[in-house]
Design a protein around this ligand. Sequence first.
Ligand code: ATP
Length: 278
Amino acid sequence: MTAIQVRGLRKGYQNVQAVAGIDLDIAQGEVFALLGPNGAGKTTTVEILEGHRQRDSGTVSVLGQDPANAGRDWRARLGIVLQTATDAAELSVLETVRHFARYYPRPREVDDVIEVCGLKEKARARVKSLSGGQRRRLDVALGIVGTPELVFMDEPTTGFDPEARRQFWSLIQKLAADGTTILLTTHYLDEAEALADRVAVIARGEIVAEGPPAKLGGRSTAQATVRWVDNRGEQIVRTATPTKLVNELSAGGRELAGLTVSRPTLEDIYLDLVGEKS
Ligand SMILES: Nc1ncnc2c1ncn2[C@@H]1O[C@H](COP(=O)(O)OP(=O)(O)OP(=O)(O)O)[C@@H](O)[C@H]1O
């Protein structure tokens, strides 16, 4: 089943066409990442899907309804992790999560949410005493406490230390394994690669490429780069048949100094795609 379907979505501000005709199909249970440079139109797109922003034109269906006029029941099926951190408050982490849980008809167990978001040690701490990364974890906790079918996350791991990011990734993987659909925006390509079933790259309000991270922009069929060092210096050859080349070079069991075989990384492909458009 389709969780999100978008056709011809457009949204302009005074003098910017922020979203310039986007189509998207995201299946139920899929983890989908929107990538793109600052100002590409990711947040605008996500906010329209959340029902927080009006579109100029196009059709949008999110969990079977148009966000522009969907009601409270629909909203209770969504989880939203906003880009801005939760307001500093006098309440403790536990009280805050408990408070938000009351808004939902089917909340998760509050202690479980706190634990899975890595906030157990901080459960009784005041929100205003948390570090930036811990505040972000609280945002994530509030986004999932309602047992959402679909979670929107705008740059969820900005400000996380490397260990917290890994913990967050395993949280997303758990949610996805339970069938939750996740749409996230991120500037971390390793995050997209680790988490997303599919990614879309947005530049200047348009999708310039879409697909599984391993295949994006012809990545899986791109030529490999073989590098080694011989008495003439560093050698670099691009080839579709790297195994054959390495076999020939190492004929007779000759050891090749500095040998590497590489294919374009997601970052290489991304920079190519985004560079073309900017
Ligand atoms: N409320 C607004 N009023 C006017 N222009 C806006 C508004 N919100 C966004 N824009 C403009 O629309 C364009 C797209 O912005 P958007 O926030 O959707 O980008 P983004 O891809 O989420 O960027 P980032 O990675 O920096 O979060 C930008 O040029 C931005 O300046």
